[in-house]
Design a binder for this molecule. Structure first.
Ligand SMILES: [Zn+2]
Length: 302
């Protein structure tokens, strides 16, 4: 992803009183350690750029787990036009239920950036959010709530050469276009994107494109759960996979930490390795997401 405009922001969010927080059993079932094992499995595959054999193996890993937990998986295969020519890509969408009463979509990109001459394994960038998405799919697999949960694993988030409207977010642009054409978009009540959430020094940005009420709901929930320490005071607009969905009218938030290592020095470098990723950070973000979900259920199923 790419940060566009930096805006200073010190605004504090008021707590949203009188709303239930995540059911305790689901929140306590969530395990950062298990998420870390999902990161390890991805890193063990090596660099995972779109179209690579390693990414195909990563897809098989994701699908195998999701099937175990009873999800139906859509393989949204498509051909993207990239600076290196056409590339076959695959988004994976795991669902139970057709979402007729509405859907909360949870998403991550699972590709890693193609970097010539660098062994970029993307433990945090690509790995951590994919791992947490799997862990959330596991703990939510038995839940029967009013709105369905869909888990969206996006291919081709990263630019091959240089971030631009055409060279980035291939999977999300493709899926948003399809969801619009196929009238799926109007089922999605909220879209929660995770990206780079495994940093030991977690600093979630107040991301500037995100739908304000949804971002504020995440922020107030963090305060209620005693997780203020994971929130950054910085506010940026970040080009990321939530943008194509925002552009078709879906309400979306990007939970992203763009301060990875001293001065963001681990971002898109060979330093983005397993030792830089923390089970505790992933568990905190997981619990934060699980704290937000009942509030969304209440808001949209009244
Ligand atoms: Zn990246």
């Amino acid at each position: 992803m790419r940060a566009w405009i930096a805006i200073a922001s010190l605004s504090l969010i008021t707590a949203c009183a009188g709303v239930q927080v995540a059911s305790l059993d689901t929140a306590s079932a969530l395990s950062g350690k298990r998420a870390l094992e999902h990161v390890r499995a991805q890193v063990d595959l090596g660099p995972r750029p779109p179209g690579s054999e390693a990414l195909e193996k990563c897809r098989q890993y994701i699908v195998r787990h999701l099937r175990e937990w009873g999800y139906e998986i859509e393989d949204d295969a498509f051909e993207a036009t990239t600076p290196y020519g056409p590339k076959k890509m695959h988004n994976l969408i795991a669902r139970k239920g057709k979402g007729d009463k509405g859907v909360i979509a949870l998403a991550s990109h699972y590709d890693t950036k193609y970097m010539e001459g660098i062994r970029f394994v993307g433990a945090n960038d690509g790995g951590s959010s994919t791992a947490l998405l799997l862990e959330l799919a596991s703990v939510l697999s038995q839940r029967k709530d009013g709105l369905d949960y869909w888990f969206v694993f996006l291919d081709g988030e990263e630019a091959f050469v240089e971030w631009s409207t055409f060279d980035s977010t291939y999977g999300s642009r493709h899926l948003a276009r399809r969801w619009k054409e196929e009238s799926v978009a109007n089922k999605i009540r909220a879209f929660i994107l995770l990206d780079m959430i495994g940093d030991r020094q977690l600093d979630l940005l107040k991301e500037g494109h995100s739908t304000p009420w949804l971002r504020d709901l995440v922020w107030s929930t963090a305060s209620e759960l005693g997780l203020d320490s994971v929130l950054s005071k910085a506010e940026f607009e970040v080009g990321d996979d939530h943008v194509p969905f925002l552009e078709i009218g879906i309400q979306a938030v990007d939970l992203i930490d763009l301060n990875f290592g001293p001065g963001n020095s681990y971002h898109h470098t060979a330093q983005d390795t397993l030792d830089k990723v923390s089970a505790e950070s992933m568990e905190k973000v997981g619990k934060l997401v699980l704290g937000v979900l009942p509030k969304l259920q209440q808001k949209f199923t009244r």
